[in-house]
Design a protein around this ligand. Structure first.
Ligand SMILES: N[C@@H](CCC(=O)N[C@@H](CS)C(=O)NCC(=O)O)C(=O)O
Length: 105
């Protein structure tokens, strides 16, 4: 499978998905750490892809998403944004609402 197909499958199969550096319990970048903390605070399950372990995705996703950096949060197949947007949505309470809506189908 080529990298873009892999990305499409990941985004399509996981209602809440974060592309990040490292893992949620061991983030390898402050931006990823901040983003994943906000996600964990919402209390729902989410999927992640460690782009440091997947260099092809690190190269291809920014072009596919038209978003240059990581982390990237995808909810219900749509790009939400990076750590700045995630932090804003978390502070306003919208992040939990968005995630709970998807988690409950
Ligand atoms: N303001 C950005 C900061 C994210 C950022 O600058 N990420 C950098 C450093 S982790 C990045 O992904 N660079 C490209 C790369 O490392 O492939 C956000 O809101 O997410």
């Amino acid at each position: 499978m080529d990298t873009i197909d892999t990305i499409k499958e990941q985004i399509g199969n996981n209602p809440v998905l974060i592309y990040m550096k490292g893992a949620p319990n061991a983030p390898q970048c402050g931006f990823s750490a901040r983003a994943v903390q906000a996600l964990m605070a919402c209390g729902e399950k989410f999927a992640y892809v460690d782009i440091l372990q997947n260099p092809d995705i690190r190269t291809e996703l920014p072009k596919y998403a038209n978003w240059p950096t990581f982390p990237q949060l995808w909810i219900d197949g749509e790009l939400v944004g990076g750590s700045d947007i995630i932090a804003e949505l978390h502070e306003s309470g919208e992040l939990a609402t968005m995630i709970k809506a998807v988690a409950k189908g």
